[in-house]
Design a protein around this ligand. Structure first.
Ligand code: GTP
Ligand code: MG
Length: 314
């Protein structure tokens, strides 16, 4: 019963760095792991054991059909889906391994196109136990509008791919350099009470129609109540171990594949929950949250007693 992760997310969100870092981390712990590169535009695919470029290259697709980079990418992934027996054959050679699939950054592949979804369903039929790991750059927390768009993207990807899903705010170590956040980090990771974000979002909005649209989008995300985030700094072993613990729960590895090394991971990642993890990360990486941002919120929207998601008013 092979286990693995499908690593997706927008361009530059840190997918390839994560795949290579996690592969090293797991191999050191004794979990035999390989990276499967499914991104034909990947410049850092040197360390992968299986590479889509052995089947088709982006340049070939663009040249043969006169396509641009985006069209070429979609063609390559659809070509892979049509020739899925090629992938089956490659995967069989590593049947005792844990698989990390490094996917392209074109988000339409997870929100509109069916090829990756079809490949996932195919792997599930081959008895693969998979979780989707969706990386988004933590820098998106710095603006309400950007963060809402990330929430929409995460939700769409979750409903489209229909896999156990772990959303991740990546490059959390860089957040400190981007100035103060409006709220504490745990507010962004737990994605509750979007009214606070909506207030910031509508602050600069003059059109009543856009205000209503913003409200409807926030309500939609809240109604699904599916999106939450883990955090990741790839150079921090504690952060990688804590994330891995969540993924092992999501794809069932923790229950179905106790091997040497797995116990070590469980020990390395202590049993903290998401909120504690976010508070920890905020302190560890020196991320600042503005008291003035929260103070601007009108009285009727003030945090409820016991809510820890907002910086305290002074
Ligand atoms: N500071 C910091 N930088 C990171 C981290 N993860 C990735 N990066 C950097 O982010 C940049 C983009 O990383 P990639 O791994 O190439 O991102 P990607 O998602 O694979 O990009 P595409 O394949 O082009 O979609 C690189 O310069 C990485 O070194 C992290 O945790 N912290
Ligand atoms: Mg990449």
């Amino acid at each position: 019963m092979p286990f693995g992760q499908i690593v997706v997310g927008p361009p530059g969100s840190g997918k390839t760095t994560y795949c290579n870092g996690l592969r090293q981390f797991l191999n050191e712990l004794g979990r035999k792991t390989i990276v499967v590169n499914l991104d034909p535009a990947n410049d850092n695919a040197r360390d992968c054991a299986i590479n889509i470029e052995d089947l088709i290259t982006l340049d070939d697709a663009m040249e043969a059909f006169g396509l641009g980079p985006n069209g070429g990418m979609v063609y390559c992934i659809e070509y892979l889906a049509k020739n899925i027996e090629w992938l089956d054959k490659q995967l069989k050679e590593f049947d005792d391994c844990y698989f990390i699939f490094d996917c392209p950054g074109q988000v339409e592949l997870y929100t509109h196109n069916d090829a990756i979804k079809g490949m996932i369903r195919h792997l599930e039929k081959q008895d693969f136990r998979l979780a989707c790991v969706h990386l988004v750059d933590a820098a998106y927390c710095t603006e309400a509008a950007k963060f809402i768009s990330v929430l929409m993207l995460s939700l769409t990807t979750m409903t489209m791919l229909e896999l156990p899903h772990v959303n991740v705010l990546s490059k959390i170590d860089l957040l400190e350099q981007l100035g103060e956040l409006d709220f504490n980090l745990e507010y962004y990771t737990s994605v509750m009470d979007l009214d606070y974000l909506l207030y910031h979002l509508n602050e600069r909005e003059t059109s009543g129609r856009f205000k209503s649209l913003n409200k409807a989008v926030c309500e939609l995300i809240e109604d699904f109540n599916l999106v939450g985030f883990n955090t990741l700094c790839i150079s921090d072993k504690h952060s990688v171990a804590a994330l891995l613990k969540e993924i092992d729960k999501a794809n069932g590895y923790i229950f179905g594949a106790l091997t040497e090394g797995n116990e070590n991971i469980m020990m390395a990642a202590d049993s903290t929950d998401l909120l504690t993890e976010a508070r920890d990360a905020q302190m560890r990486y020196g991320i600042l949250a503005s008291t003035s941002g929260a103070r601007k919120i009108p009285v009727e929207l003030e945090p409820k007693v016991g809510s820890l998601s907002i910086v305290e008013h002074q």
